[in-house]
Design a protein around this ligand. Structure first.
Ligand SMILES: CC(C)(COP(=O)(O)OP(=O)(O)OC[C@H]1O[C@@H](n2cnc3c(N)ncnc32)[C@H](O)[C@@H]1OP(=O)(O)O)[C@@H](O)C(=O)NCCC(=O)NCCS
Length: 348
């Protein structure tokens, strides 16, 4: 059957349409992310209404005949920064009651057309491994490029003595380095250096994913901070400094989501390659975690994401007690190849 597909601009759409998309979002959330609390409408709305100034996100919806419900949604998101102008991400979600009736495939047609119009030659998408999402991506000929794990640490099970030992050992192993901490926006004096330090995340494993190094700037850092703050997020940053050069050489971050006081997200942890093998990663993670245990007794879980191939990071995380919650497969497909696959499916 042919589904009626309509473009929707979520920055200007009326609230009742967004509420219908939110209801679809909740169905998919409960199917794929049931370990996480639902995000309230007001928070989700902020995210979907407001795109960073360097991204453009296009959406297409399928509504029920009476226009009372959203049945499916496709999203295409493109960055407009210094690099990766050949790439775009897409996502398709279809309500269970109308699956396997071609809506997913048909929603890919405007996705491909918009990507082609912007010269995006390579598309990325992902789904929890071995789910309808990965079956769908396999069916259109997309290829798995990297597999990530989402993992969770139960704070009550953390071996405090082990973390204290990591901190103690740093005094000797990481002599000549010191720690700096700030909560929320980076102080102006560290802005440029911290922006450069974040780009060291480009050294994390990519496996087969074809992607250029991403570029960060002080302006985008400030815009991100303002957006996080508008969502009510708070965050802690802990940085390692090389005292002799005053260079920032490693950092780790915790983000506290506004809608759930029992969880914290372990965001990036990175140490500059020339300063590795001195226990700085362990030191950073131990100090942040000990502070969490002392100052945030309500936090019961720490959640994080890593590539399965990231042995150095997993060595630290597994020792801390992180356990795999799920596996997530990231795919890529050249736009041309996806266009050809859709054409072939239409003809078959
Ligand atoms: C993935 C999803 C969007 C597919 O939507 P859909 O409308 O059911 O997809 P289609 O009917 O167009 O399916 C196209 C083809 O994908 C494959 N496919 C889709 N779902 C499948 C499943 N559960 N098992 C095996 N193959 C599947 C089939 O080859 C199918 O063709 P066929 O039905 O003729 O055999 C839907 O299952 C969903 O919303 N999942 C959760 C969200 C998600 O993971 N999205 C990530 C993908 S970007």
């Amino acid at each position: 059957m042919a589904w009626r597909i309509e473009a929707i601009d979520t920055e200007t759409a009326p609230e009742h349409e967004l509420r219908m998309l939110y209801d679809l979002h909740l169905e998919i959330h409960d199917e794929l992310w049931s370990e996480d609390p639902r995000e309230p409408f007001e928070l989700w709305e902020k995210e979907i209404r407001e795109t960073p100034s360097w991204r453009r996100t296009l959406r297409w919806a399928v509504w029920s005949d009476d226009r009372a419900r959203a049945l499916a949604l496709a999203t295409l998101s493109m960055g407009f920064t210094e690099t990766n102008r050949h790439l775009a991400d897409f996502d398709v979600t279809v309500r269970r009651e109308v699956r396997r009736r071609g809506a997913g495939l048909q929603l890919l047609a405007p996705v491909v057309a918009a990507a082609e119009a912007e010269g995006r030659t390579l598309l990325e998408a992902g789904a929890p491994t071995d789910t309808p999402g990965t079956a769908f991506l396999d069916a259109v000929g997309a290829e798995t490029k990297i597999v990530e794990r989402k993992s969770r640490m139960v704070v009550a099970d953390v071996d405090r003595a082990m973390l204290e030992l990591w901190v103690e050992r740093a005094a000797e192993r990481a002599a000549g380095y010191s720690l700096l901490a700030w909560d929320g926006p980076v102080p102006e004096e560290y802005l440029e250096r911290f922006v450069d330090l974040q780009m060291v995340m480009n050294t994390a494993p990519r496996d087969d994913r074809e992607v250029d190094d991403w570029v960060h700037t002080p302006q985008r850092q400030r815009e991100n901070e303002e957006r996080y703050a508008r969502k009510g997020e708070t965050w802690w940053t802990l940085v390692a400094r090389h005292d002799a050069t005053d260079g920032l050489v490693g950092y780790t971050e915790f983000v506290f989501p506004p809608h759930d006081p029992t969880v914290v997200w372990q965001e990036a942890t990175v140490v500059d390659p020339t300063h590795r093998d001195r226990g700085i990663g362990r030191w950073l993670k131990a100090v942040n975690c000990l502070r969490l245990m002392d100052e945030r007794p309500d936090v019961r879980y720490v959640d994080t994401w890593n590539a399965f191939s990231n042995a150095p990071m997993l060595g630290i995380n597994n020792a801390m007690g992180f356990q795999v919650v799920k596996s997530y497969s990231d795919y890529q497909i050249p736009t041309e190849r996806l266009a050809a696959a859709l054409k072939e499916r239409r003809g078959s």
